[in-house]
Write a protein that binds this ligand. Structure first.
Ligand code: SF4
Length: 220
């Protein structure tokens, strides 16, 4: 993506129009990571680092059926967790973090997932992006979890220009109108994943093609 020529930041009217179209297309966009409660959401998001949602969902289907609380995760034990998630990259380290996170949740938070950024980021295996996803999806906060799809889409389209995830997170907060902030994360991630793809963006089917500033659109 760094080789691509980046456009300038779009103005307010165009960004408003882009998100109006996203809303019209899908009023209540949803994340694609399976979970059954706040705890399993935190675990799923933490496991998804450098892995696909599909791969994580396959692994967690059986795991969450038997361990959907910190207590049950501890009872399953490190080897049991590893066995369930061994198809996911970095699974050994991720399994260790899941066990440590479960212990901390029991000891410090009475087994309830905390709702503050600082407390979430204090959990083993939980970084800024995971905290942002959990704050957005579970606690309904207008946080922006920027991943590779949003980084790419934001820069190509001109919706949120920035050279790294933190800069794009700030650009989204600064430029996306308040009424769209809550769902912005999912609209952009889904658009980046399925339409504004890394190697071959599907510009001819893109609902914001006329507004997008990307100079190397693929329209054929
Ligand atoms: S027109 Fe192409 S480059 Fe622009 S947002 Fe749509 S898919 Fe991405």
């Amino acid at each position: 993506m760094t080789q691509e020529r980046m456009p300038k930041q779009l103005n307010y009217q165009n960004i408003y129009e882009i998100f109006s179209r996203f809303r019209e297309h899908e009023a209540e966009p949803k994340g694609e990571l399976d979970h059954v409660n706040a705890f399993t959401l935190v675990v799923a998001v933490a496991l998804s680092a450098q892995s696909t949602d599909l791969g994580v969902n396959k692994a967690t289907k059986k795991l969450f059926a038997i361990a959907d609380t910190p207590e049950k995760m501890i009872a399953l034990g490190l080897n049991g967790v590893m066995e369930h998630i061994k198809t996911i990259g970095l699974y050994r380290q991720k399994a260790k973090n899941v066990i440590k996170m479960s212990k901390l949740l029991i000891e410090k938070y009475n087994s309830v997932v905390p709702s503050s950024r600082a407390a979430l980021e204090g959990l083993p295996g939980v970084g800024r992006k995971t905290a942002n996803v959990v704050l957005n999806m579970w606690f309904g906060q207008p946080t922006q979890a920027v991943d590779t799809h949003i980084l790419r889409f934001g820069n190509r389209s001109g919706v949120a220009i920035g050279k790294d995830v933190v800069a794009v997170e700030r650009a989204i907060e600064d430029h996306v109108p308040a009424e769209f902030q809550h769902h912005a994360h999912h609209w952009m991630i889904l658009h980046g994943r399925y339409t504004c793809k890394a190697r071959k963006p599907v510009c001819m089917n893109c609902i914001i093609e006329d507004l997008c500033q990307f100079e190397e659109k693929i329209i054929e």
